[in-house]
Design a protein around this ligand. Sequence first.
Ligand code: UDP
Length: 328
Amino acid sequence: MQKYVLVTGGAGYIGSHACKALKAAGYVPVTFDNLETGWEEAVKFGPFERGDLLDRARLDEVFAKWNPIAVMHFAALSQVGEAVAEPGRYWRVNVGGSLNLIEAAIAAGCLDFVFSSTCATYGDQDGVVLDENTQQTPSNPYGSSKRAIEEMLRDFGVAHGLRHVIYRYFNVAGADPAGEVGEFHQPETHLIPLMLDVVSGKRPALTLFGTDYPTPDGTCVRDYVHVSDLVDAHVLGLRWLEDGKGSRVFCLGTGAGFSVREVVSEARAVTNQDVPMNIGPRRPGDAVSLVSGSARAVKELGWAPSRSSMQQMISDAWRWHENGHYNK
Ligand code: UDP
């Protein structure tokens, strides 16, 4: 019997890699995506259902059609700067959309739920290494919206038996090593793809968003994890739920912090080209440093990230950047 998994945001960057990993593990990923930021071309590993999380009737229809064993919920608005400027959209789409999805899943009797949360739920914590027990004090509406969804999952778990694995992602980077899917946003806002646009001459220079942070070189520090390692953890999380191990939160980072300048130096080394830079103002909502411990995921899930060195992430991203992109 086929095991269908409903993947919201399956046409997006992380969701499309998750679909590939699910298929390789023997599941059938059913992508649910409104294609606002996703790409139909990225839906390569299972059926596609176009739909919007705010459309409950459409969600009910899709649950009835596929009868999925679980949901992997990636679909969300995810840009810090935009969230600060337009909080209403973040609360409506992220929180309202997730509420619809959770209620539709429960109504359909689909009670295993894997959720993409974020290190942005921690906010500024002054240099501490963040883990699952660290208090969540988000410093922007993106982080607040994701924290609210975490709380929602816990409440629906108590009331309706929803079992959830929550992943708090650190910065996701790289691309499928086989080049079938990769990162492609329009417009692009993320550091590594923007930097590679500069290397390939598509943009004149990278703007450093603040060089006066209290870090060794003045730029923000982040913990980067390879998208293929990240989605491997999702398959492990699905099995965890299937095995009846219950609801759990996991941080997915590597524990290594890289400043923006350090990421740029690694890109110079990998591509053997210069990255012209400008210094700009701080971006509203940015935390100084977000670095994770991943001990729980390693110990309990058996997660073994193997491609998350900065060198490997940039070279995989670079190969994708040179060869692949999607068209509407
Ligand atoms: N950043 C930057 N210039 C850019 C894009 C990003 O200096 O053009 C910085 C940003 O301020 C943050 C880090 O790079 O400190 C990673 O940003 P990104 O948007 O990739 O991910 P986020 O940390 O917001 O999830």
